[in-house]
Write a protein that binds this ligand. Structure first.
Ligand SMILES: [Zn+2]
Ligand SMILES: [Zn+2]
Length: 344
């Protein structure tokens, strides 16, 4: 079933490596059983695409896509014309994890959109229906991309922390990149404005944006984390989220964690060394990982996005047309951005 005319061929960006992207023609595929063809309208750039940009990619990258269903395959229920976002992990829906809703921990995953299957930087993308999440007509698709890494990944990390610590009065965030800014915004939404949220980084641009979103900023070029914390009237934080992936950042947040506190590591990268007696046993602290998010978190996050669209929209600072994707990445890597989008 098709809702609009679909071309036989499209021009997709090809990530050659060495920081170069060109465009090549590719056929637009027909959806098979339980598949949908999506016309992408927006895809957000992500720090996790560094490897694809500099080392190249066999598939079309893009894992933070929003678009419109244009052709539906057999045995699907979604109508052509439905707007929504694409969940990265093609989960099986049947394994032990999926049965409990832990779709981000599927043990029989079919693929990762934009990493080992063609993703959202192409004009059209073919997906399994179960990873499509309809967002309704009232949220612009550009802003809807924030339901993925910006709100999804960070909301999950905060909810993981809240399972271990109920009485959170303060939260610290390492890194004010797009995920750090998302964690800040989601902390304000999920914990309420009476909870103090501190956020540290080395980039004045990103700290300025974090300040506008209501974070208590700490500029690590000028002071240590502990000094910055004291200036905001705190000695410790109850929850910490590491979005930086840096060992030094994880270590310094562990040092300022309160008794019963939890450090949630949401940024891939370096390690962390623990003195188990001092760091974990005596203060009953927890260190835990958080990977992407559960598909079923999208519906409550959509409600948050609807309620706070202008506030959350501040996280998107740059928008480029698809043909300018090269420039979009170059500006993104310079670090003076929030979330950067390519739109078609
Ligand atoms: Zn991402
Ligand atoms: Zn599964």
């Amino acid at each position: 079933m098709s809702g609009e005319t679909v071309p036989a061929e499209m021009l997709v960006p090809r990530f050659l490596g060495r920081g170069e992207i060109d465009f090549v023609p590719r056929p637009v595929q027909e959806p098979g059983r339980e598949q949908l063809l999506i016309r992408t309208e927006a895809n957000a750039l992500c720090g996790s695409e560094r490897g694809q940009f500099f080392d190249g990619s066999k598939v079309t990258p893009g894992h933070e896509a929003a678009g419109v269903v244009v052709v539906t395959g057999p045995e699907t229920r979604t109508a052509a014309g439905t707007r929504g976002v694409i969940y990265l992990m093609e989960f099986c829906g049947e394994c032990r994890s999926c049965a409990l809703g832990f779709t981000n921990q599927c043990t029989n995953k079919r693929g990762d959109v934009g990493f080992n299957k063609d993703g959202g930087y192409g004009p059209y993308v073919l997906i399994n229906e179960n990873v499509f999440f309809p967002t309704g007509g009232d949220v612009p698709l550009a802003e809807a991309t924030m339901l993925l890494d910006v709100m999804g990944t960070t909301g999950h990390a905060i909810r993981r922390g809240l399972r271990l610590r109920e009485d959170v009065r303060s939260l610290g965030i390492a890194g004010a990149g797009p995920v750090g800014l998302g964690a800040l915004a989601m902390a304000r939404m999920l914990l309420g404005s009476e909870v103090t949220v501190v956020i540290s980084d080395l980039s004045p641009y990103r700290l300025d944006l974090a300040g506008r979103l209501g974070g208590k900023t700490i500029d690590l070029r000028e002071k240590t984390l502990a000094e910055g914390l004291r200036e905001h009237g705190l000695d410790e934080v109850d929850l910490a989220i590491d979005t930086s992936g840096k060992g030094a950042a994880r270590q310094s947040y562990l040092d300022i964690l309160s008794k019963r506190g939890a450090l949630v590591c949401a940024g891939h990268g370096e390690g962390l060394s623990l003195d188990v007696s001092r760091d974990l046993i005596a203060p009953e602290r927890a260190v835990l990982g958080s990977e992407y998010f559960r598909y079923d978190e999208l519906s409550s996050n959509l409600q948050i996005l609807r309620d706070y669209l202008p506030y959350l929209g501040q996280i998107i600072t740059h928008r480029f047309a698809l043909q300018d994707i090269q420039e979009a990445f170059e500006i993104f890597w310079r670090g003076e951005t929030g979330k950067v989008l390519v739109e078609q």
